[in-house]
Write a protein that binds this ligand. Structure first.
Ligand code: SF4
Ligand code: MG
Length: 327
C-alpha cells in the first residue's frame, strides 16, 4: 500500500472573539489534533454527528483554511504551509465536491463555463480542445453536449451534483474530498451518484475522502472509516470491522442507531441512546471529550485524554477501557 495523504496532529481553530475588554481570546477548536493517512486508490470515510469537525477537516486538508497546527503531507510534500501561488498547483491534484451543489455552482454561468473555468485557471485547454474536453467531461458524468449551454437552475439536484463532479474532474485530480455529496439529494438519486463516484474511482484511479453522516452509505463506499467526535478522531478501522465490532463507546452508539443493522449485531447490540448534546468545542470536557455522554465513564476519563491505540491490524481506538482491560 502506498500512502497518498498523511495528516499529522492537524488542528484548525477559529477565533471566536479577540478578547475585548480584557477578556480572554476564545477559540472554536473545530479540529483539535487529528492524525490519519489515506492510501492510494482508497476511500476513507469520515463520520460523526454534525459539528464534530469532519467538514472542517476536509476543508483544512484542501487548504480552504489556513492550518492552525500540524502537517498535511500529500505525495510526500508538506502542503500545510503552502502560499497562494503554490496552492494553485496543489489544487490541480486535490479537488472537492460539496454538499450543496447549487450553492457551489455560479448560477449565472453556463454549464460549459462552470466546467471550463478550472481549465482556464490552470491553462489546461483552449479553443476546440477546451470545448472537446468539456463535452467529454459531461459525458463522463452522464450528461450530454446539449446540457453545455444551460444554467444550473435548469437541472435537478442530482444533475447539479454531476456538474460539480465534472468541474472537479476537469483538472485530472488524484484525490477528491467528497463533503456529504449526497445528503442534499433525494434518496432515489443518492445511490446513482455514489455508484458513479465508485465507477469514476475505478476508471481514473482516484482516491477519496468521503465525509458523511449517513452511516450505511459510508459503509458501502469506504475501505476504511474514521469516527470523529468533538474535533478528535476516536476510532479508525476497516469498514467491515468498524460495523461488526466497533470498539469506541461513541462508535457503538452511532452504529446502533442505523435503522437496519446487521442481524448478527442486532441480537446482542440494542440501540444505544446518546443523552444530551455534543458539548461546546470552545470549552471541550477535560480528559476524554466523550465522557459527558459515555455510559462507561470512569474517574480516569475526566483526568487523562485517551490516545488512539492500535488494537491490531490497524484498528485504532481512543478509549481508556482498552488500556484497563490489558492491565
Ligand atoms: Fe467512555 Fe472513558 Fe472510553 Fe471516553 S475514555 S469513551 S469516557 S470509557
Ligand atoms: Mg458537515
Amino acid at each position: 500500500k502506498e500512502v497518498l495523504l498523511e495528516i499529522k496532529d492537524l488542528k484548525k481553530y477559529f477565533t471566536l472573539n479577540k478578547g475585548f475588554f480584557g477578556g480572554q481570546t476564545e477559540y472554536v477548536k473545530a479540529v483539535d489534533g487529528v492524525s490519519f493517512s489515506i492510501n492510494k486508490g482508497e476511500t476513507f470515510g469520515l463520520v460523526g454527528e454534525s459539528g464534530c469537525g469532519k467538514s472542517t477537516t476536509g476543508r483544512t486538508i484542501i487548504r480552504l483554511y489556513d492550518v492552525t497546527g500540524g502537517d498535511i503531507i500529500f505525495e510526500g510534500e508538506n502542503v500545510s504551509k503552502l502560499k497562494e501561488r503554490d496552492l494553485k498547483l496543489f489544487r490541480r491534484k486535490m479537488q472537492m465536491i460539496f454538499q450543496d451543489p447549487y450553492a457551489s455552482l455560479n448560477t449565472r454561468m453556463t454549464v460549459s463555463d462552470i466546467i471550463g473555468e478550472p481549465l482556464d485557471i490552470h491553462g489546461l485547454a483552449k479553443g476546440d480542445d477546451r470545448q472537446r474536453k468539456i463535452y467529454s467531461l459531461l459525458e463522463t458524468v452522464g450528461l450530454s453536449k446539449g446540457h453545455a449551454s444551460r444554467y444550473p437552475h435548469e437541472f435537478s439536484g442530482g444533475q447539479r451534483q454531476r456538474i460539480g463532479i465534472a468541474r472537479a474532474l476537469a483538472v485530472d485530480p488524484k484525490f477528491i474530498i467528497c463533503d456529504e455529496p449526497i445528503s442534499a439529494l433525494d434518496v432515489s438519486i443518492q445511490a446513482q451518484v455514489v455508484n458513479m463516484l465508485e465507477d469514476l474511482q475505478n476508471e481514473l484511479g482516484l482516491t477519496y475522502l468521503f465525509i458523511a453522516h449517513d452511516l450505511s452509505m459510508v459503509k458501502h463506499i469506504s475501505d476504511r472509516i474514521g469516527v470523529m467526535y468533538l474535533g478528535k478522531l476516536v476510532e479508525v478501522a476497516d469498514a467491515d470491522e468498524l460495523y461488526n465490532a466497533p470498539n469506541h463507546p461513541y462508535s457503538q452508539a452511532l452504529l446502533s442507531a442505523i435503522p437496519v443493522p446487521n442481524p448478527d449485531i442486532a441480537k446482542n447490540n440494542k440501540r444505544i441512546i446518546l443523552e444530551g448534546d455534543v458539548p461546546s468545542p470552545i470549552n471541550p470536557p477535560s480528559g476524554c471529550r466523550f465522557r459527558t455522554r459515555c455510559r462507561y465513564a470512569m474517574d480516569i476519563c475526566s483526568k487523562e485524554e485517551p490516545n488512539l491505540i492500535d488494537l491490531g491490524d490497524g484498528h485504532m481506538s481512543a478509549c481508556h477501557l482498552n488500556t484497563i482491560k490489558k492491565k
